[in-house]
Design a protein around this ligand. Sequence first.
Ligand SMILES: Cc1ncc(COP(=O)(O)O)c(C=O)c1O
Length: 391
Amino acid sequence: MNTTLTEQVGSELAELHEARTYKRFLTLSSAQGPVVEMAGRGEVIVLSSNNYLGLAAHPEVVRAGIEGLERYGAGTASVRFICGTFEPHHELERALADLSGTEAALTYVSCWNANEAVIPTLTDASTVIFTDALNHASIIDAVRLSRPASKVIYPHSDMVALRDALAAAPGDARKLILTDGVFSMEGDLARLPEIAELAREHDAVVIVDDSHGVGVLGETGRGTVEHYGLLGEIDVITGTLGKALGGAAGGYVASSEEVCDLLSQRSRPQLFSNALPPTVACSALRAVELMLEQPELLSSLRDSSRLFREMLVEAGYAPLEGEAAIIPIIVGETAEAMALSERLLDEGVFVTGFGYPVVPEGAARIRVQMSAALEPEHLERAIEAFRRVKT
Ligand SMILES: Cc1ncc(COP(=O)(O)O)c(C=O)c1O
């Protein structure tokens, strides 16, 4: 081992510890749910997972995964065009296209990969990319991997800035507007109707990453696009299977037949990386079906989100406003957010703190997330803990 590297890495780690921003991996010995068994802590209430619909350990989701494993084995053992695609991949892709209101969908092993697939593939030498300043890291990295003629990072949800930037772009450029549907650290929604309108005016393409919107927003859980009545009008939607839709892993691009076809031919994470494991394809498919069959999951998530916001305000906190299931509470400095998260954990409530560089300096926060699996008694116990730790 190169000792210089070891020393350099050691001092970088020491800086993280010193700044109290070192992230610990807390070990769980039970399935993801409203409460989990955490090593050294016992039972804790989970207010920090993306298990929005509570399907991660749903018996039917688990059973579908087991059946997939028994029938198809562990995986494709190669990339799809080399070694074959399993039936559940096609079934899941059909279901995801229907869910998204698009002609087709293509799966990847993560939404990170899906973003890194679609953005560079749709970027040509003429392309100008317009990307919201608060977009997810996977979009930021995907833009770095693309080679556009130029890029514009517009201030968060600033439609005037976006309009001016679109107007200033060369008329013959391909224009890609990239936005999260629900912004993961703020919990607010993209101004999609205005974005879609600007795109129409300037002949631009809209790509929405709706990882935190699908399974949360819209009358039937189809996400931010459904929430705004825009199903069928957004060019490309990307999403994850690692949150509301089963919580395992995996992502997808939903778009036209042509875009998905081109991705199958050109996108590097599809051509040079293994397919989604069939276990995940089967369990995610069951999760999509359950969401559509059991609308009470969505209403329970929404009721809990509304109720817990109110409880937090009553307890003296000032959560950011929003319609999604993400409830951030800004506390200021990173160390304060970490300390609050630790005090809550001491009280048996698991809520993660986020600081710089994940969020801007001075805007460190804890991020509360709701789940349909949380019962009123969990919310009551959790708010008692919030009251106790309030300084
Ligand atoms: C908006 C957004 N996009 C993409 C991702 C990445 O999803 P995955 O875990 O499927 O790679 C996340 C996960 O945190 C996310 O919040």
